[in-house]
Design a binder for this molecule. Sequence first.
Ligand SMILES: [Ca+2]
Length: 294
Amino acid sequence: MRNFILGTDWWTDCDDAVALRIISRFVNKGEIKLKGIIINAAMEYSYASLKGFLLNEGIADMPIAIDLEATDFGGKPSYQKRLKENFSPELENPEKSDPIKLYRKLLAESCGQVEIMEIGFLQVIAGLLESEADEYSPLSGAELVKSKVKKFWVMAGKWDKDGERENNFCRNARSRAAAEKFCRICPVPVTFLGWEIGFDVITGGKLEKDDPLYKVLCDHGSFNGRSSWDPMLVLLALIGDEEKAGYSLIKGTASVDSSDGSNYFEKNEKGLHGYVIKKLENQYYEDLINNIIK
Ligand SMILES: [Ca+2]
């Protein structure tokens, strides 16, 4: 069975919750194993709201770590308070949490290879890549990733032309530095799904009105559905094959300018990086996602 770890900002946008509904469907059918979740943006209700959502999905039995220092992304997360109140009112953020250690532990203890899905900011993964030997592994972070991570699937960037700026890369100095580092030093293949892929694929608007996921979308103001960046990324990862998932893959080397978060791509068939292009009409992806999450 394929093993995954998820990184999510679980922040101002509600598409992370739609993505987690898709993941929960695959986990509950026994099709994949989700070994843990790393929250890479922190607000008062981060841990409780995510845990509450997972409890309702029936997949809460996994470790969660949170980057408690990552409070500087700006904006007002809209749906977390209700999730906490409805599903886990007694829970609070942990006083201490070490998300890099959790990545190291999960990777070191995994018998098989792991795939990492990232639908938020990259500073924890950049920290993992630069981490040193510890009680879990004598390997450096880059060596550990090289030996245990088969591939990263990352929602970030805008790849239809060079010099574009997308939120997960360019949100602030923290995310920009991490994105630059990740593209430069990650030693294993990465497939990016960019902003241009998901913005006009709208999902979640057909959910039952009493579905907690629909309430998440409503709290975000997305009563008729929301752009599908994170859902499309996780579904692509879970299918595990760009062509089968309805995309072409452009291979090469991605880079990010840490001064402004702009992204660039040099095409090269032997490159470790790739970004996807849709092969089908938006309706195809919308129907696929809406059918899974209903
Ligand atoms: Ca996200």
